[in-house]
Design a protein around this ligand. Structure first.
Ligand SMILES: Nc1ncnc2c1ncn2[C@@H]1O[C@H](COP(=O)(O)OP(=O)(O)OP(=O)(O)O)[C@@H](O)[C@H]1O
Ligand SMILES: [Mg+2]
Length: 269
C-alpha cells in the first residue's frame, strides 16, 4: 500500500476476521485460499495489526520500546509469518523468535507503565494465532515444522495460499487431519466495488480526483475490467494516471480507460 492508501474494511475482511476468531476459539488449523490480488495478505496483516507490531518487535538491541509503543501492544496475540521463498529450514526458529520478541516488548512496556512483568516461560506464551502466508512455497518437511509448533503449543494456525492449496495439503494426511476450517477469500462483489468507488474514493489513495471522470461509462468500464480485484484496481489507476500525464489530459474518458486497460498485463480480455 502506498502512504495515502487506507485499509478498507470490506465484507471479505469481516468474513476473514470471523474465520480467524473461530480458529482461535476452537484452536484449529485453518486454510484460507483465494486468487492473487484479492487482499489476503493485507487482511491478515490488518488482523494481526502487523504494520504496528512488526516495527515493535524489530527493535534494535538497546532500545526495546519507543514512543510508538502503547497499550495496543498488550492486545497483540497474533503472529504473521511469510513463508520464505527459499531455505525454510529455520522456520521454527524464526517463528519462535517473533514470539520471544513480542513477549519481551510486552514485558518491557508493562514495566514502563508500572505494571507487573509476566516473565513468560516459553516463546509462544500468550500467542493465540500464527498466520503463515505464502504457504504454497513450503515443502513437506517445512509443513512438518508447522505441525510440530501446532502440536506443542496451545495455538491456532492459519495457512494462506492460492486456490488449490487445500487439495495439495490433502496429500499430507497428518497435517490435513488437523485442519478444522477452510475459507475462500473472494473478490469484491459488484455492489461493494461500486460502493467503494462511489464513497471511499479518498481511501484508495489514488491521486486522480473522482470529479475527473467525464462520463459514468468510464467508471462502469473500470468496474468491468478490474472485476472486484483490488490489485487490479490499483494497477489500472496507475496506468490511467500515466496516460493522462503523457497526453496532458485532465478528464478520464472511456477511451483513456481503454488505453490503460490495453497496457495492463493482467485483466486484458
Ligand atoms: N481491504 C483493502 N483495503 C485497501 N487496499 C486493499 C485491500 N485489499 C487489497 N488491497 C490492495 O490490493 C493489493 C493486493 O492485496 P494483497 O497483497 O493482500 O493480495 P493477495 O490476495 O495477498 O495476493 P497474492 O495471492 O498475490 O499474494 C494491496 O497491495 C492493496 O493495495
Ligand atoms: Mg499475498
Amino acid at each position: 500500500m502506498n502512504n495515502k492508501q487506507i485499509f478498507i474494511e470490506t465484507k471479505e475482511y469481516k468474513k476473514f476476521s470471523e474465520f480467524c476468531d473461530a480458529c482461535i476459539k476452537y484452536q484449529y488449523m485453518g486454510i484460507c485460499y483465494g486468487l492473487p490480488g484479492v487482499g489476503k495478505t493485507i487482511s491478515a496483516r490488518q488482523y494481526a495489526q502487523w504494520d504496528y507490531l512488526e516495527k515493535q518487535i524489530n527493535y534494535e538491541n538497546v532500545k526495546l520500546i519507543d514512543a510508538r509503543t502503547d497499550n495496543k501492544i498488550l492486545d497483540c496475540h497474533t503472529l504473521f509469518y511469510t513463508a520464505p521463498s527459499f531455505n525454510a529450514t529455520k522456520l521454527t526458529g524464526a517463528i519462535h523468535d517473533m514470539g520471544i520478541r513480542l513477549n519481551i516488548v510486552k514485558d518491557v512496556y508493562r514495566k514502563s507503565i508500572g505494571e507487573k512483568e509476566m516473565t513468560t516461560s516459553y516463546a509462544l506464551e500468550g500467542i493465540n494465532l500464527i498466520i503463515v502466508d505464502e504457504i504454497d512455497r513450503l515443502k513437506l518437511q517445512h509443513l512438518e515444522q508447522l505441525r510440530d509448533i501446532y502440536d506443542q503449543h496451545n495455538v491456532a494456525m492459519i495457512f494462506i495460499g492460492m486456490p488449490g492449496i487445500e487439495k495439495r495439503l490433502a496429500r499430507y494426511p497428518q497435517l490435513y487431519s488437523r485442519i478444522g476450517f477452510a475459507h475462500e477469500f473472494q473478490k469484491l462483489s459488484k455492489d461493494e466495488m461500486h460502493h467503494i468507488l462511489e464513497y471511499k474514493w479518498d481511501e484508495l489513495g489514488i491521486s486522480i480526483k473522482r470529479e475527473d471522470f467525464s462520463d459514468y461509462e468510464a467508471l462502469t468500464n473500470i468496474m468491468k475490467i478490474t472485476n472486484g480485484n483490488f490489485r487490479l484496481i490499483h494497477r489500472l489507476f496507475t496506468q490511467i494516471e500515466r496516460i493522462l500525464e503523457i497526453n496532458h489530459l485532465t478528464s478520464i474518458t472511456t477511451e483513456v480507460v481503454e488505453v490503460a486497460r490495453n497496457s495492463l498485463v493482467i485483466g486484458r480480455k
